[in-house]
Design a protein around this ligand. Structure first.
Ligand code: SF4
Length: 316
C-alpha cells in the first residue's frame, strides 16, 4: 500500500516549526512533501487566489498551498492560536485553514489541528495531535509521543543569517571579535527567512561588508523589554520583535536596527510604533522596511544602502 502523502506549505509557521512537523510525520510513515522556496510564480499564484486585504505572508502561503494541493492526499495547515499563556497569534494566522478553504476549490483533505496553550495549558500538544491521529488513522498515543519528542527540533536557518541567542549577544558575542558595521534585523521569521520576500536582505547586507544579526530572544529578555513599554504585547511574534529591537537598541556594539515588516500587517504597525516611539532611547539609526508584493529588489537595496550611509555618518 502506498504511503499517505502530506503537503506542508513552505510559508508562515513553516519557518518556526517545520522541522518538528516533518520529522514527526516521516516517523509516522507518511511521505512529506514540502513546496520549494518561494519564487515569483508562487507569489503570483497566491495573489491570484487571495481575497481582500490579506497580508503578503498569507498571500505567499496561498501560493504554496496552490502548488501542493493537487499532488498530495492531505494538506497540513495547523491552526495556531497561542503558543504560550499570555499571547495570541494574529487573526489571519488563526483563521488560516478557513482562508485556504475559502480561496480554493478541489482541495485535498486538510488537517487543521488546534494549538492553543492558553486554553489547554500543558495538554496543548496532546490536544493538537488528536485530529492528526484521526486524519491519518493512527493511534493517538503514538502520534502524541512523536510530536512531543520532536517539538523542539530547531528549524534550519540559512548560513548567511547570523542568528544568535540573546545570551550569546550579551555574553560572548558574535559582535565582539571585529568592528564591522553591525546591523540588528528584527521581524517575523516567515518574512525574514523567506529569501524571495525579504529580497535576500541578509546576504545583501553582508555583501556590502556589514554584519546583519538576527536575535532569538529568551524569556527573561522579553520580560525586561515588556517592562520598558506601557503595555504588554499580546501578539506572539510581536513580543519577540519588540524584545529584539530593545536588545539591539541598548547594545552599543549594534550600530543600527532594521525592522522588516509586512505593509498590511496590523500587529506590525502596532509594534513598529512602539519600537520607534518608546524603545529607541539613544536615538540609534532605525529603519522600518515595509515589504509588499510590489517591492522591488532594487528599491529595497537602495533603502538599505542609504541606511548604511546614514549609520556611517552618525558613527564617523
Ligand atoms: S502577523 Fe501580520 S504578517 Fe503575520 S499573518 Fe498576521 S497580518 Fe500577516
Amino acid at each position: 500500500m502506498k504511503n499517505l502523502r502530506i503537503g506542508i506549505p513552505r510559508a508562515l509557521l513553516y519557518y518556526s516549526y517545520a522541522e518538528s512537523w516533518k520529522l514527526s510525520f516521516s516517523e509516522l510513515g507518511l511521505d512529506v512533501i514540502t513546496s520549494p522556496e518561494t519564487h515569483a510564480n508562487i507569489l503570483r499564484e497566491g495573489i491570484k487566489h487571495a481575497v481582500g486585504d490579506l497580508c503578503l505572508p498569507v498571500k505567499t502561503f496561498l501560493g504554496h498551498a496552490a502548488l501542493l494541493k493537487d499532488s498530495v492526499d492531505l494538506l497540513f495547515i495547523p491552526r495556531y492560536v497561542s503558543v504560550e499563556k499570555e499571547s495570541f497569534m494574529c487573526p489571519k494566522m488563526i483563521g488560516l485553514p478557513d482562508v485556504v478553504r475559502a480561496c480554493f476549490t478541489n482541495l485535498p483533505g486538510i488537517i487543521d489541528p488546534l494549538f492553543h496553550v492558553k486554553q489547554f495549558g500543558d495538554n496543548a500538544v496532546r490536544e493538537f495531535t488528536k485530529p492528526i491521529a484521526k486524519a491519518i488513522s493512527q493511534h493517538h498515543p503514538d502520534v502524541y509521543t512523536l510530536f512531543k519528542r520532536n517539538m523542539n527540533t530547531a528549524v534550519e536557518i540559512p548560513a548567511e543569517q547570523n542568528r544568535v541567542s540573546a545570551r550569546l549577544l550579551s555574553e560572548v558575542g558574535i559582535l565582539s571579535s571585529h568592528r564591522k558595521m553591525n546591523i540588528g534585523i528584527v521581524g517575523r521569521p516567515y518574512l525574514l527567512f523567506d529569501r524571495h520576500l525579504s529580497k535576500n536582505l541578509f546576504k545583501y547586507i553582508k555583501d556590502l561588508g556589514a554584519n546583519p544579526i538576527y536575535l532569538k530572544p529568551e524569556e527573561p529578555d522579553m520580560r525586561e523589554a515588556m517592562a520598558v513599554i506601557p503595555k504588554w504585547v499580546y501578539w506572539d511574534m510581536g513580543k519577540e520583535v519588540v524584545t529584539s529591537a530593545h536588545l539591539f537598541f541598548k547594545d552599543d556594539r549594534v550600530d543600527g536596527v532594521i525592522n522588516v515588516c509586512s505593509s498590511t500587517c496590523g500587529p506590525d504597525s502596532f509594534t513598529g510604533d512602539l519600537i520607534r516611539k518608546r524603545l529607541n532611547q539613544r536615538n540609534k539609526p532605525y529603519m522600518a522596511l515595509s515589504i509588499d508584493e510590489h517591492a522591488s529588489d532594487v528599491g529595497i537595496q537602495t533603502r538599505i544602502e542609504a541606511f548604511m550611509d546614514m549609520i556611517a555618518r552618525v558613527t564617523a
